[in-house]
Ligand binder design. Structure first.
Ligand code: ADP
Length: 507
């Protein structure tokens, strides 16, 4: 290698490199050498290492001999004179290279302090590496603990759990899954899911794909179709409900699928029994309704007779029976008959209320409904000097006639159950709630004790039968109509301070 070649190769190296003869005469040196040992290139070329070294010539000779024997870099140390007393202590590595012009030594020089800092940074890196290894170990043991916790949880869960790897091969199965499938975990683990988990449609008996395959395909949680039957290893069958969910690693790669399922045979049986019971309940309810209707309807005719003939009798004997007991008896008969007539009328209205609503639902303006109800009560309102007001009310979907009935009953009650020496006031307001209207009929009357909040909505349930006239059907009818509209009705009240009858009408 010529000095020019050397410069071409090593001229730009930050590391100090020089080429010497085996005897130690410098043939070429890159600029980094000049910087390191503070000799110009011209001082270096042709100079003897022996002459430049601060160490003894023997030490230099020993190093040269060492390097001459090795084709690979061998480590050593050498101090160079550079004018100042201490010189530059260097790590020197050298090796022998054979060129056409003969054996040459390639030397790499590095100031000792430099080497120290490099070694120190190496130490730091090793410490860092150790720390990383420790942290990784700690993370691994935390992961192991987490895995164990998960395994125990899945094992003790009340549902059957089967986990598979990404290829659908079973990797875990809990006790419940063992008992539902009839497979032991020892037999099932390592098997493809299709061998262990057989499902068919309850009615068609068509085999169904396990949720694992679907999760693999779609990469999302899936639920089972309805009417799924699991066929256990021994051929026994159970209705099941289940779902499958993908397991992803932090990098978003699907590691497998976990399937959770349970036996719903009993649940299905209960559902079927409930359906049947409901059906027969509906039927007997309808029978009862028809019976009540027939009784009320058929009783009306004889009642009208009693009422009519007792009135005729009263007329016929007018002035003849005087004001004695007989007249009182007759008055009782007439009064009882007309009260019975009212009751039957109310009962018939109550029984038929439900049918009416389903007949015709339309958009109804509640302002008109309330105005009509109040108009029907005008003589009562006048007699009691009542103040009935209402805010702007919405349009709702309902049955106008039935709704007039509701507000007429509620407003009439507000006037009827008024406080003594207090002008009765009733206000009707509406507010919007999620997907429904809340309508409130508020009065300043006698109020209701909380223990009766529910009871007053029952048929014939009255709290003050002697003091106030009535049939006890009004609120039952209101409840029937509101519920027929899909809403609810309830009362809020503080005795002595008035009542708020609240009803909701869904959109
Ligand atoms: P009626 O008014 O014919 O007795 P309802 O079914 O309308 O029948 O009411 C049932 C009972 O609820 C009433 O007898 C009364 O005791 C109580 N009630 C109803 N509305 C009010 C009201 N606004 N204030 C106080 N009590 C009421």
């Amino acid at each position: 290698m010529t000095p020019a070649d050397f410069q071409r190769f090593y001229g730009f190296f930050a590391e100090a490199m020089l080429l010497a003869t085996p005897e130690g005469r410098i043939v070429a040196a890159n600029p980094a050498v000049s910087i390191l040992i503070k000799h110009s290139a011209s001082e270096l070329i042709g100079a003897e290492l022996r002459a430049l070294a601060a160490d003894s010539p023997e030490k230099v000779a020993r190093l040269l001999a060492l390097f001459s024997r090795s084709g690979q870099f061998m480590p050593g140390a050498l101090a160079f004179k550079n004018g100042d007393a201490a010189g530059v202590r260097c790590r020197v590595e050298g090796c022998a290279l054979r060129y056409p012009e003969g054996l040459r030594l390639l030397l790499r020089l590095q100031a000792k302090e430099d080497a120290m800092t490099r070694f120190r940074s190496l130490d730091e890196r090793i410490a860092l590496l150790n720390r990383e290894i420790l942290e990784r170990k700690q993370a691994e043991s935390a992961l192991d603990a987490q895995r164990e916790w998960l395994r125990t949880t899945l094992a003790s869960i009340g549902d059957g759990v089967i986990a598979t790897d990404s290829a659908g091969v079973i990797s875990f199965m809990n006790l419940v899954a063992e008992s539902l499938t009839g497979w032991s975990a020892a037999d099932a683990v390592g098997q493809p899911i299709g061998r262990v988990f057989h499902m068919v449609n309850e009615y068609t008996r068509e085999p169904l794909e396990s949720p694992v395959a679907e999760v693999q395909r779609r990469g999302v949680t899936v639920g089972l179709a309805n009417h799924t039957v699991l066929i256990a290893r021994d051929g026994s069958e159970r209705a099941i409900a289940d779902s499958g969910a993908p397991i992803y690693d932090a990098g978003g790669r699907m590691l497998g699928v976990v399937m959770v399922f349970r036996d719903v045979t009993q649940h299905r049986r209960n559902e079927a029994v409930l359906r049947e019971t409901n059906k027969s309940l509906q039927k007997s309810n309808e029978n009862l309704r028809q019976f009540a209707y027939a009784v009320a309807h058929d009783l009306k005719e004889p009642m009208r007779m009693i009422s009519l003939y007792s009135q005729l009798l009263a007329k016929a004997y007018e002035g003849r029976i005087g004001g004695g007991e007989e007249e009182m008896f007759l008055r009782q008969v007439i009064g009882g008959a007309s009260r019975m007539d009212e009751l039957l009328e109310g009962l018939l209205a109550f029984i038929t209320a439900g049918d009416l609503i389903h007949e015709k639902l339309e958009m109804v303006d509640l302002n008109e409904v309330v105005a009509k109800a109040v108009l029907n009560l005008q003589s009562m309102a006048r007699e009691t000097a009542a103040e009935v007001t209402w805010d702007v009310l919405p349009r709702i979907r309902g049955h106008a006639g039935s709704l007039v009935n509701v507000f007429q009953n509620l407003v009439a009650n507000g006037l009827k159950y008024r406080r003594e020496n207090e002008r009765p006031r009733v206000n009707i307001a509406a507010s919007r709630r999620e997907r429904e209207w809340l309508v409130v009929v508020e009065d300043n009357g006698i109020g209701i004790e909380p223990e009766y909040f529910q009871r007053i909505f029952g048929v014939f349930k009255r709290l003050h039968p002697a003091k106030y006239p009535g049939t006890g059907i009004g609120l039952a009818l209101c409840a029937q109509i509101v519920e027929g509209h899909g809403g609810t009705i309830w009362v809020e009240s503080e005795p002595g301070r008035g009542s708020r009858f609240c009803l909701t009408i869904p959109d």
